[in-house]
Design a protein. Structure first.
Length: 114
């Protein structure tokens, strides 16, 4: 099946376009909830984690070669794992700033739900 094209700068994806997309968690739970606990300890609430989503084309989410959850695409959860290990003293602001950096680096900021 063809991967849908969603134009850059759309801001957010409407319900019709969302059908061909995957919901991507900007703040993932991680294996066994490890990341979720860490985010909570650093000021990101469970309610915020549930709201911080991006509706991205399915191909950009999990399909090879460069999906966000593939090793070739940088693996979103692994990137968070590595960052949190190196930034144990991070503030809430630091975590939010890192989330925006990751969205910009991967090109998904335009798909964030509003």
């Amino acid at each position: 099946a063809a991967v849908p094209f969603v134009p850059a700068g759309l801001g957010y994806v409407d319900d019709a376009a969302r059908a061909a997309t995957h919901a991507h968690h900007i703040f993932p739970a991680g294996r066994g909830g490890k990341l979720a606990r860490w985010f909570g300890e650093h000021g990101i609430t469970e309610a915020e984690r549930a709201r911080w989503l991006a509706d991205i084309p399915a191909g950009l989410h999990t399909y090879k070669p460069k999906g966000l959850h593939t090793n070739l695409g940088g693996n979103w959860n692994r990137t968070w794992d590595t960052w949190q290990q190196a930034n144990q003293g991070a503030t809430r602001y630091d975590v939010l700033r890192q989330s925006v950096r990751m969205m910009d680096r991967s090109g998904i900021r335009q798909f964030r739900r509003r």
